[in-house]
Design a protein around this ligand. Sequence first.
Ligand code: HEM
Length: 487
Amino acid sequence: MTENKNKKILRTAQGAPVSDNQNSVTAGSRGPVLMQDFHLTEKLAHFNRERIPERVVHAKGAGAHGYFEVTNDVTKWTKAKFLSNVGKRTPMFARFSTVAGEKGAADAERDPRGFALKFYTEDGNYDLVGNNTPVFFIRDAIKFPDFIHTQKRHPATNCKDPNAIWDFWSLSPESLHQVTILFSDRGTPKTNRHMNGYGSHTFKWTNADGESVWVKYHFKTEQGIENYTNEEAVKLAGVDPDHATRDLYESIEKGDYPAWKVYVQIMPLEDADRYEFDPFDVTKVWRQSDYPLIPIGRMVLDSNPKNYFAEVEQSAFSPANIVPGIDFSPDKMLQGRLFAYGDAHRYRVGGNGDLLKINRPITESNANYQRDGVMRCDDNGGDSVHYEPNSLGGPKESPEHTPAPFVVSGTVESVAYDKDDHYTQPGDLYRLLSEREKSRLISNIVGAMKPVKKEIQLRQIEHFRKADPEYGARVAEGLGVPATAAK
Ligand code: HEM
């Protein structure tokens, strides 16, 4: 047999050539398999370790690479380097996801969609880990694990549990705004390309003179907003559970690059105390009539991952990843998230997950004194100094990057939000919908609440009613609950 000189030799992980990858080593043709078949045991053992824990939320997702381009001058508000010049491009990676389902869940499920972005800037990675909705169900991180338990499976039946979902929402009226969005047409976006994205929380921008403003981000799809009806989404979930994953991949493969125009709302710091509600409350939007959308840039996704596991599954986004010129707000949810993501990453991809190519910043590597740990897969700082302070020329802190100071005062205690209007904004949203949109909203809610206990239905109808009497009456009617019973 003539040997192909260019053929690649199959090797073990240790580099030894493999002589047979089809037949195990046995004692005779019918004999038992021998322990000495190290290629077999290595292969089986590595296979057993192929899975890492899936994300505890947002497990099903699709990602792509692209860039962000600045289109408008924002230097009067922020000194963030990647936003410093009109025309400047920054490479980025985006991951879209559903929230509640497991890694194999259907893309078409009614759920918010994650809209997670990583900008590889010269000052380190800036992550904006938002959703396709401008608000969230709750506004204090302490409620997040309980909320997510209601979205997952019943402890005994291991089935989804509508009673838990609506029990929690009906006892957490701050969820009404997001619930109204979720059961509207926007709860079932056609694809990841056909939806907007939002930073959702309030963040802080600071300029080169140390002056700060509050900021919210909006990403408006250039593909146009398109949604499925509930019937279409339910059917698609069955026949094509990966439709949005494939859509993103294929549209990029054929050069039809999805893009979003990026806007911000800017609020002067002093307005925060006098605005009609707490501007750090993530269950509320800032009215665009008060704080109009200001264009700042454009995001384009133009390249697919070569390897899903390496780039999408191992990607790790954290709201704590900020760059000079951008800072946090006192939003209680955001503050809780600043801990949650890094902690999740250390569990999911390991303490050195930041070194993975998809998560690694483009800044100088090993510019700190972190060393060792499981899967330290770079040169671990080589022979460079591993303590600080030192007189050996190791990296030093840069006081010029100190964030703008923020004065706070108050008593240390568990404090509820002082402004508690859960109904005006969901009511406004309901009244904004066309009659057909309202009918679909009511029908979607009624369908989801049908299996729920009467006492929970009544409690939730009361919230709809407080947002708008017609909203409550129509849900009550759909559920066959007498309007009077709901009062
Ligand atoms: C993923 C926690 C609220 C958007 C995750 C993950 C955790 C988490 C642990 C998995 C991270 C990983 O394994 O990589 C929390 C907590 C919250 C919260 C504790 C509230 C205190 C929110 C909010 C939003 C959001 C308000 C959007 C506005 C996302 C997105 C992902 C995610 C987009 C997926 C990121 C990716 O694609 O890898 N969250 N979350 N989360 N969360 Fe949250």
